[in-house]
Design a protein around this ligand. Sequence first.
Ligand code: COS
Length: 388
Amino acid sequence: MNYFLTEEQQMLRELTRQVAEEKIVPVRAALDEKEEFPHEIMKVLAQSDIFGIFIPEEYGGLGMGSLELCLAVEELSWACLGVSTTYAANALGTYPILLFGSEEQKEKYLPAIAAGKKLVAFALTEANAGSDAAGVQSTAVKDGDYYILNGTKQWITNGGEASIYTVIAITDRSKGPRGASAFIVDKGTPGFSFGKKEKKMGIRASITSELIFEECRIPKENILGREGMGFIVAMKTLDQSRVGVGAQGLGVAQGAVDEAIKFAKQRVQFGKPIISFQAIQHMLADMSTRVEASRALVYAVAKHIDSGAKDFSKVAAMAKVFATDTAMKVTTDAVQVMGGSGYMREYPVEKMMRDAKILQIYEGTNQIQRNVIGQALIKEAVSRENGS
Ligand code: COS
């Protein structure tokens, strides 16, 4: 379908597809098997300026927006969701600086991020704070020119590999969600260490670690926005990033459809390639239709965000939930189309299916997305009733 992409957007898509085909596809199975961080691929993405896509030109980026980021994420996810998670989590970690950082913070951090010299991680989740984002227990206590950070963050993508961390901690527990604040913490700050490295079902080319803060002194100028803005920093960051998770779903689902079609044309049963059977055609038809619907929604939401829309929580949640539920369904159906072969590690679809599962869980479970959509519908109905 023609999405009327500009020449620049088409070139970006072709470039990331080329990286995906030439650099990621040949090594994805090995990265998954060895649970290895994709250092070499990150270098290629840096050399190709792909880290700078969504960063303004004045900070060394390409000055593009959500749609371009989604195009790149889609292509990387088409090849490997582990690699694309590493890349997309870098954007997630950068958004707090981009959206809430002071001029000094932007000048200090964004050029190295745009150049791919420094990787970023976003640290909200804890043992008792995941879906309940306001349940954070880590604390940041003001002490002169410093905040002293204590607590443990869990399941942090890029944990240990990233040089920069955007961290949510409580500065005033009595104020509930308004008592959280957001900070930039540099790797190497005394009192900041890394704990358990997780063993995961999928996205095994990405790293997921625990962050441990023990009497970690952070300069007070590392606060993002003002004290008490941490919950809003987290929510706005997630609103911004969730369409990218939709793009991940879109990419891996397209990858699975492509593999299923390729296989169904070659596999012969009852004397014919299985693609000639209607049972298979109907599955492929449904899979492709869902993927195209996801693409239309993800691109439309990304364009809406890029148009300068103020409140896009609802539509970002819709893109995330629709495209990632699609990814789970389509990757599972790709395994089914390919039968025994689909289940074997020799083919890429079993990995795609394992990888896709996380998309329904991270950056807000798909149940939380439905809550966000539901709350927005109620708010809209109330404001319609009030005639506003
Ligand atoms: N943008 C701006 N403000 C927002 C907001 C958003 N997207 N979402 C909530 N707020 C505001 C609310 O308007 C409210 O403000 P007031 O106190 O002025 O009324 C405040 O923040 C608290 O909101 P709410 O009461 O809705 O908070 P809840 O604790 O009920 O949580 C959900 C809301 C569930 C939506 C939130 O916790 C969430 O998104 N959870 C999932 C987090 C997540 O994605 N975790 C994954 C790990 S991070 S990768």
